[in-house]
Design a protein around this ligand. Structure first.
Ligand code: SF4
Ligand code: SF4
Length: 105
């Protein structure tokens, strides 16, 4: 069963029972909010995860691009999203350039 109810005070969340680790959501996120992480139990050995939720601008690009309906964004009426910052943009590029994973410090 997928998650139907939005978790409280969360801008974006992943239904891990549906994620097929295609990397798409991470590739479209402009704010470096998402990253793939190692997960031995998942289909492709990875799982989408929310790593910088405070940077989410609520653009919904991740939700719209997910082929498996596995990632969800809060309603703009219910959550106050961040503004896109230079730091977030740079993190987004760094994650994409590192095979969709957060580079080690
Ligand atoms: S786009 Fe969907 S299926 Fe693909 S990694 Fe993201 S949450 Fe998982
Ligand atoms: S809503 Fe936009 S900023 Fe937030 S995680 Fe999804 S793609 Fe990134």
């Amino acid at each position: 069963m997928g998650i139907k109810q939005a978790p409280k005070n969360t801008p974006v969340w992943v239904d891990e029972t549906r994620c097929k680790a295609c990397d798409m959501c991470v590739s479209v996120c402009p704010a470096g909010v998402l990253s793939m992480r190692y997960d031995a139990s998942s289909t492709l050995g990875a799982m989408a995860s929310v790593v910088y939720e405070d940077s989410c601008i609520g653009c919904t690009d991740c939700e719209l691009s997910c082929p498996d309906f596995a990632i969800f964004v809060a309603d703009k009426k219910e959550f106050k999203f961040a503004k896109l910052t230079t730091e977030a943009k740079e993190r987004s590029v760094a994650i994409k350039n590192n095979n969709y994973r957060i580079p080690k410090a």
